[in-house]
Design a protein around this ligand. Structure first.
Ligand code: NAD
Length: 310
């Protein structure tokens, strides 16, 4: 018999999780504080899964019809979580909303259900320290759009029971996602810490008059980005010499001396943000953002197909 998954919050991310869990054969129950949201989520999921099937991009071995039949909505939080293997919390990223939602969830959830949060920014200990079920709390942070970008950061709180992280990792692998297991919580987890280092340096290069906005973004999209789509920073270095030890012997002094010239953390709300905003609007005007997002998602879809084939 299919195991149950509860989804709390049926917005953008809740819908994606519902499709991923159904793709792996789980029975999914969606709950939202706004009952209308659940209805629109169910309709949207049906459209999306049928379209994915038509374009041969559907995940899992089941048909769209079978996957749709595994997803239902409920107006009862109790029913959403009852007997669930895992409940994925997908409420908005405001701390007060999350704490309230998690408190309500905590009151109805029973052992051994895992409480997993999609939060992008809040530390697991901040979200769960007052929960009575906090030993079964963990963060599973997806990347948008999760259907095509498979990384999931699994982040335990200091008191998360030792069986929970490997169990959640195994579930994510079963969905076809690519989990990474942080051994401890750190602000920004891993992805955003790396992303912020890149953002800060791109910002400094514009601020210091080294490159303009369009060109500094090409350094990523036409230079570093293509190989980073397949290899991480450490393996890139390993391949750029005769192994990492040799890379360090060759390049460590240069890397160190260049790194010493990297400036302080920029304040993103200083005058430079107006310049960067203006130049970005020349590349993508504000009324074309949605079009550009659709293009980005189409690129990511093609990339995920390519990665599958490699
Ligand atoms: P969203 O605003 O699209 O959806 C949130 C949903 O939660 C809404 O339908 C809302 O009605 C519902 N909700 C609010 N309070 C609730 C409650 N108490 N109980 C049940 N439902 C409630 O948000 P989203 O973009 O789907 O983001 C959800 C989470 O996923 C956030 O923590 C966000 O940081 C994380 N996340 C988002 C992205 C992204 O790119 N959107 C990427 C990774 C992670």
């Amino acid at each position: 018999m299919a195991e149950n998954i509860g989804i709390l919050g049926s917005g953008l991310i809740g819908r994606s999780w519902a499709m991923l869990f159904a793709g792996a054969g789980y029975k999914v129950r969606l709950f939202d504080i706004e009952p209308k949201q659940v209805q629109s989520a169910l309709k949207d999921i049906e459209v999306q899964l049928n379209e994915l099937e038509r374009s041969k991009l559907i995940r899992g071995s089941r048909s769209a019809k079978e996957q749709i039949s595994l997803i239902s909505g409920t107006s009862s939080l109790q029913e959403c979580v009852s007997g669930a293997l895992l409940v994925q919390e997908c409420t908005p990223e405001f701390l007060d909303i999350k704490l309230k939602a998690l408190k309500e969830l905590d009151a109805v959830v029973q052992e051994p259900t895992i409480i997993s949060s999609s939060t992008s920014t809040h530390l697991p200990s901040v979200l769960s320290k007052d929960l009575k079920n906090k030993e079964r709390f963990i963060v599973s942070h997806p990347v948008n759009p999760p259907y095509y970008v498979k990384l999931v950061e699994i982040v335990p709180a200091p008191y998360t029971a030792s069986w929970v992280p490997p169990k959640v990792r195994a579930i994510m692998e079963q969905l076809g996602q690519v989990p990474v297991s942080l051994k401890k919580e750190v602000p920004g987890f891993s992805l955003n810490r790396i992303q912020y280092v890149i953002l800060n340096e791109a910002w400094r290069q514009v601020e210091d008059g080294v490159l303009d906005v369009a060109d500094v973004d090409k350094v990523m999209s036409e230079g570093l980005g293509p190989r980073y789509a397949f290899l991480g920073a450490l393996e890139v270095a390993h391949l750029n010499a005769e192994g990492m030890a040799n890379y360090c012997e060759r390049y460590a002094p240069t890397i160190h001396s260049v790194s010493e010239t990297i400036g302080p953390i920029p304040h993103l709300l200083n005058e430079t943000h107006k310049t960067i905003h203006k130049q970005l609007c020349e590349v993508t005007p504000l009324d074309k953002l949605q079009e550009r997002r659709q293009w980005r998602d189409a690129c990511l879809t093609k990339l995920s197909v390519l990665k599958q084939e490699m």
